[in-house]
Ligand binder design. Structure first.
Ligand code: VG1
Ligand code: CO
Length: 560
């Protein structure tokens, strides 16, 4: 087989954002588009490229197998020694992170647009992860982007055809040198890892029940994303849950036409099934398997910010943390601050990072944090360098088995001990980009003007006094890098916060995210509905930002 150099023209906008490059499938299908980006990723490896080994796999969405084929051909053309490819191109994001770490690879190329819808008329994405198993940091993605703007040719082995549907090692000779593709079982290594972390016997007993306790009913909804085969292997085969309790576990290239996003709006079918009261815990995952939503009996909703805090408070019941100890915690800036209270109580370090999992990597590598999370249904630990949906549900089952209480009582007891950080997020999807940018600029000007701090606002029955406001900037304590422009924050004297960000994962228009948080320790109101408690501060947010004027929207697309 021979390498050829194909001429190409640079495409605009190949800039990876919060989590990789995400665009419409049709954009990736343009001749040269995917090739250019893959070549830029490989070129950015510099001296590490020749003789490297990379993992390749994705969430099974439309265009995944075509992209794997392109990656194999371009990797072979660039002197990569070996690729580990998930069978049929399948690897969940957490399992890809594990494969990179376990086999000490140079990195991995992940094919996913995560929670964005899939299919020929929807989205595709490519993400590069580095040798620690985590998403490439800004310095790397900026370099990839720079290369993509000046690319003139890519190296490819056009005649290399590799069957990725059959597990095993395939060997090729490219210009006289060896090139290997090992097609791996996407699930096996991940299951091994989970068995090392958790006490499977205690979860098995919980699910089976005994003379004193009925079986604990687990309802899983994979939203036709990549977690299906992982969930069946772990919850049914290993832990003894019933196959009937596994919903949408067959992977579909268009996720059945829905958003594979585990929240109350897009996973409404899970909410509806569990609302009837027959199940004790319900969980849904996103397309690539790194997000989770956990619900208790009768659809008791655990906000991701609370989930992080409850797990932080109970981590030591999990063998992995018993053995290694619990270091600090971290949350992304918009995430509710419930975990901060646990950190203070347990005298652990707590870090506040920008949105996106890549900012946790350095802290984990340096041994400063064991657990971290985001309000966007992301929870994970230092067992890998991605958030991990199935891990989160296993962590919850461990806590339930250990405490012998329901999900709802665990959360309510947590509130009564620590107080409650009421939290909500409003998403305004697909707004006009210019108007949204204008709104953000105006708001930044307003809140950073002299005199804004100290002002008092009345909204409904509440009064809020601004303590400080800024555009969030993060100084990475490990490598000293700075991330600017990470969202507008308004912090009030009573601990309430308002945050505004523009999403970095959409593929068209702008998505405005409005996050509102308010802390209460008064037992009389602690169990009130979040929507009611947060109404005044949301109202204030809409007034301060003039969101309706700029977007023409009188209500959000999604509320969580
Ligand atoms: C969103 C979430 C963020 C998450 C990111 C990737 O980003 O808010 O918390 O890390 O998606 O998750 P943005 O920029 O749209 O707000 V995933 O599961 O889509 O890789
Ligand atoms: Co995801």
């Amino acid at each position: 087989l021979q390498v050829t150099e194909d001429q190409t023209k640079a495409f605009e906008g190949q800039k990876p954002s919060t989590s990789g490059l995400r665009k419409a499938v049709k954009v990736f299908q343009q001749p040269g588009y995917t090739e250019n980006f893959v070549q830029s990723i490989l070129t950015a490896l510099g001296p590490r490229l020749a003789g490297s080994t990379l993992a390749v796999g994705g969430d099974g969405r439309f265009f995944c197998t075509e992209a794997v084929d392109i990656i194999i051909k371009i990797a072979a053309g660039n002197g990569v020694a070996k690729l580990l490819v998930g069978q049929n191109g399948i690897l969940s994001t957490p399992s890809a992170s594990n494969v990179i770490r376990k086999y000490k690879l140079t990195g991995g190329i992940l094919l996913t647009a995560s929670h964005n819808p899939g299919g020929p008329d929807n989205d595709f994405g490519i993400k590069f992860n580095t040798s620690n198993g985590g998403p490439a940091p800004d310095a790397v993605t900026n370099e990839i982007y720079d290369l993509s703007r000046t690319i003139t040719k890519y190296k490819i082995v056009k005649d290399l055809n590799c069957n990725i549907s059959e597990i095993g090692l395939k060997k090729f000779q490219v210009d006289g040198k060896s090139f290997e593709v090992e097609v791996i079982d996407p699930v096996a290594d991940y299951v091994t890892l989970m068995k090392e972390i958790f006490d499977f016997d205690s979860m098995k007993k919980l699910i089976k029940g005994d003379a004193k306790r009925p079986p604990f009913q687990v309802l899983i909804n994979s939203m036709h994303g990549v977690t299906g085969p992982y969930a069946e292997e772990i919850f049914v085969k290993e832990l003894g849950a019933s196959q009937e309790n596994m919903v949408k576990t067959n992977i579909l290239p268009d996720f059945g036409g829905h958003h594979p996003d585990p929240n109350l709006t897009y996973a409404a079918d899970l909410v509806e099934s569990i609302a009837k009261g027959e199940y004790d815990i319900g969980a849904a995952f996103d397309g690539d398997g790194d997000r989770n939503m956990v619900l208790g009996k009768k659809a008791f909703f655990v906000t991701p910010s609370d989930s992080l805090a409850v797990l932080a408070a109970n981590l030591d019941c999990i063998p992995y943390f018993k053995k290694r100890g619990v270091h600090g915690f971290a949350r992304s800036m918009p995430t509710g601050a419930a975990v901060d209270r646990v950190a203070a109580d347990k005298k652990k370090e707590i870090f506040e990072t920008p949105t996106g999992w890549k900012y946790f990597g350095n802290l984990m590598d340096a041994g400063r944090i064991s657990l971290c999370g985001e309000e966007s249904f992301g929870t994970g630990s230092d067992h890998i360098r991605e958030k991990d949906g199935i891990w989160a549900v296993l962590a919850w089952l461990s806590v339930v088995a250990h405490l012998g209480k329901s999900v709802e009582s665990i959360v309510k007891e947590h509130w009564s001990k620590y107080g409650r950080n009421f939290f909500t997020r409003y998403d305004y999807e697909n707004c006009d980009a210019d108007q949204s940018n204008k709104m953000m600029i105006e708001l930044e000007n307003k809140v950073t003007a002299p005199g804004f701090a100290g002002q008092t606002f009345k909204s409904g029955s509440k009064t809020y006094t601004v303590q400080a406001a800024d555009n969030f900037e993060y100084l990475d304590p490990i490598d000293g890098s700075v991330a600017k422009n990470q969202g507008i924050r308004i912090m009030f004297t009573d601990g309430s916060r308002l945050i505004f960000r523009l999403s970095g994962t959409g593929s068209s228009g702008a998505t405005i995210r409005l996050y509102a948080e308010s802390y209460e320790s008064d037992k009389k109101v602690i169990e009130n509905p979040a929507s009611e408690m947060l109404q005044p501060i949301v109202q204030l947010a809409l007034e301060l930002s003039q969101l309706q004027k700029y977007t023409g929207r009188d209500k959000p697309t999604v509320i969580t």
